[in-house]
Design a protein around this ligand. Structure first.
Ligand SMILES: *Cc1c(COP(=O)(O)O)cnc(C)c1O
Length: 404
């Protein structure tokens, strides 16, 4: 059982008011809030040991380097990444995907096929489109069933000898549906295709074990797992990372530089050009400590309780339609109320202090699939409560009355 009052006290923002009302923050799929422990780490870095890392012999640089690398080790363990060489810091989930897609011409040849799903975030579509254009490969799309799940029969039929790469999210940000990624990965590997799993929505909400999943690449967003913005992670299998060319050139990612020829640093530094987000990296380690202390199993179980409770309540609103209402999903409820525009609902509930997301959620293709402009999305985290859901449902009811 979680001590919700104690947890909520760790998140200073949760005690503020918005439009004169206590904040109800249900936009966790866009970004999570940060506990004081994470905020303190950022301040601590800049006040105690701000220095560049991996370069200086002086004490501050050593301290900062040690803490940054200790944080990498925490992240490694958190996702069961086999070695810290395979746990790369990036500026975020989008950067992680682009780092792979930009070098993926070593895996994808002209005439090959790259498979994405119809329920991807734009950041897991566009980099692959760009890759396909560059190498003359074809983008194929796994269709989505009416209930929001991937059409796995269609997926099996898409796989063939030309399949070179498969990219799918673990949990959809637009619908919250958990995809059968183990089955997807195993299917792709039968055809020697590489697989990247976009873990932006899973990383802070469930226990993720990259070795158990067996993906070639897995991406994470620090700011969606209680860490700061501007920091993310990229996991890769060792052979895949060794084959992948570096994404950016610069300091830190080199071994020897001459004007004739440059050799690159080994893993993980080959993908970490330039001065990184040092404070962000160190603070992400504090976020991992925080999540570990509560326990990802407890977080997942509690968030599921919120999901079940919220789903039931929203279903009781006359005219409400939930997209992706399946059992295997994260605490994300994407819905519309008949004849009402999601933006109008979002605006009214915001006046009552409630933060929900409205629109296409950076996933236009899945909105097109349902022939809607967007949805209202309420996404929960472990610091939310059933009482907050009641407040939202009352506000929704009020919005419906005002608008219809
Ligand atoms: C948030 C999100 C992204 C994009 O991550 P950034 O933090 O914007 O880089 C990609 N995919 C999914 C599923 C997401 O939820």
């Amino acid at each position: 059982m979680l001590d919700i009052n104690k947890i909520r006290a760790d998140f200073p923002i949760l005690s503020r008011k918005v439009n004169g009302q206590p904040l109800v923050y249900f936009d966790n799929a866009a970004t999570s809030q940060k506990p004081q422990q994470v905020i303190d780490k950022i301040v601590e870095y800049y006040t105690q040991y701000n220095a560049n890392i991996h370069r200086g012999v002086h004490a501050l640089s050593q301290e900062a380097t040690d803490l940054y690398e200790a944080s990498r080790e925490k992240c490694r363990a958190f996702f069961n990444i086999p070695t810290s060489r395979q746990c790369l810091f990036t500026s975020g989930n989008t950067h992680s995907i682009n780092a792979v897609a930009s070098g993926a011409h070593v895996f994808v040849n002209q005439g090959d096929e790259v498979i994405v799903s119809a329920v991807e975030h734009h950041s897991n579509i566009v980099p692959w489109q760009m890759l396909c254009e560059r190498v003359g490969a074809h983008l194929k799309v796994i269709p989505v069933l009416d209930n929001g799940q991937l059409d796995m029969n269609a997926y099996q039929n898409l796989l063939n000898a030309r399949t070179a790469f498969v990219v799918v999210n673990h949990i959809s940000n637009a619908l919250g549906v958990t995809n059968p990624v183990k089955e997807i990965i195993a299917g792709a590997h039968k055809h020697q295709a590489k697989v990247l799993i976009d873990g932006a929505q899973s990383c802070g909400h469930m226990k993720v074990d990259v070795q158990d999943l067996d993906a070639d690449f897995y991406t994470m967003a620090g700011h969606k797992m209680c860490g700061p913005t501007g920091i993310g992670l990229l996991y890769g299998k060792e052979d895949a990372l060794l084959a992948l060319p570096p994404y950016q050139g610069g300091g830190e990612m080199i071994d020897q530089v001459t004007f004739e020829h440059t050799t690159y640093a080994g893993l993980p530094h080959k993908f970490e050009a330039g001065t990184p987000n040092i404070a962000g990296g160190i603070a992400l380690g504090a976020a991992v400590d925080y999540l570990n202390e509560i326990g990802m199993e407890h977080i997942a179980a509690y968030e599921n309780e919120l999901l079940v409770y919220g789903t039931e309540k929203i279903k009781n609103i006359p005219g409400a339609v939930i997209y992706g209402d399946v059992k295997d999903k994260a605490a994300v409820i994407s819905f519309n109320v008949e004849n009402l525009h999601p933006y109008d609902i979002g605006t009214i509930v915001d006046k009552l202090g409630i933060a929900v997301r409205t629109g296409h959620h950076c996933a236009q293709p899945i909105m097109d699939r349902y022939q809607i402009a967007g949805t209202v999305r309420a996404s929960f985290a472990f610091y939310n409560t059933k009482e907050e859901i009641d407040v939202m449902v009352q506000a929704l009811q009020r919005a419906v009355n005002m608008l219809s």
